[in-house]
Design a protein around this ligand. Sequence first.
Ligand code: RUB
Length: 321
Amino acid sequence: TDTEPAAAVREIADSIATMEIRGAATIASAAAEALAVQARAAAGGGETASDPSAFRTSIRSAARTLRETRPTAVSLPNALRYVLQRMEGDSVDALRRSVVDASEAFVRQLDRAQEDLGRVGANRLTDGDTVMTHCHSTDALACIEAAVEQGKSISAVVKETRPRQQGHITAEQLRDAGVPVTLIVDSAARRYLDEVDHVLVGADSIAADGGVINKIGTSGLAVNARERGVPIMTAAQTIKLHPETLTGHTVEIEMRDESEVIDQEAREAVGEIAVENPAFDVTPPRYMDAIVTEQGQFPPESIVTLMRELFGEGAVEPWEE
Ligand code: RUB
């Protein structure tokens, strides 16, 4: 039917679902770009070209397909909201232009926000500091990279991050930035906390109460860091703020396939047991020292003020008809 998203959009959605495209910021820019792909396809010929209403329907349908890929990172629906709220015009041509422009503006803003946030986070780091990381966060890496650019010498203890081992990506990127890296298994984190000056993580969503939703294991790391007296910060652009939590909604934690945890042979050997694989957890605000955004750093308890300012109207869902 004419509301089926373009094949190229389906491909992007599949890449997000299979985690070829992953990490909250990267997912957000891929989703915004996918809407531009859909806009060009829908305006490119066939019956939809002459019909503004069919054009809008096809963009909303593409947005729904993208929305359904992964549930936890709010940057994804926030990216779709940003573009859809700027879709306007009386002709297909004007509509297409508005979607493509909004998509490009979103990606530009995202890149700028990450740079600005990096400088804020870097100010918290001192020459000679060692930072412990969890998972792979482009926002968190921006802080370390900015500190290095400021001439500070920083080293890193990188948690491998089971089951998908995104820590390997972090290790590689830090090495490329000239940061000495020590890779450890997740369960060694507490032992190494005595040797680090900061814990630095990213976020997939930030709730109105200041709760930080990030890769599974973040909350345990935060509790251990507090116990060891090591400050922990989350680097999160404001597109990670979850508007629906303003009205009491909770953030859905993605449950992924057991095959990420246990291979088929081990699964057969172990037999009738349950295997669970939650991808994210919630760190309560009292265990987080600071949320670093492109608008400055905030104690988690005060993030709600910024959230009201940016998403005061609550969570609109412009992809619904
Ligand atoms: C990635 C993850 C990252 C955040 C922030 O999880 O938890 O810490 O998404 O990343 P997954 P960024 O690998 O399951 O997508 O700062 O790049 O937005």
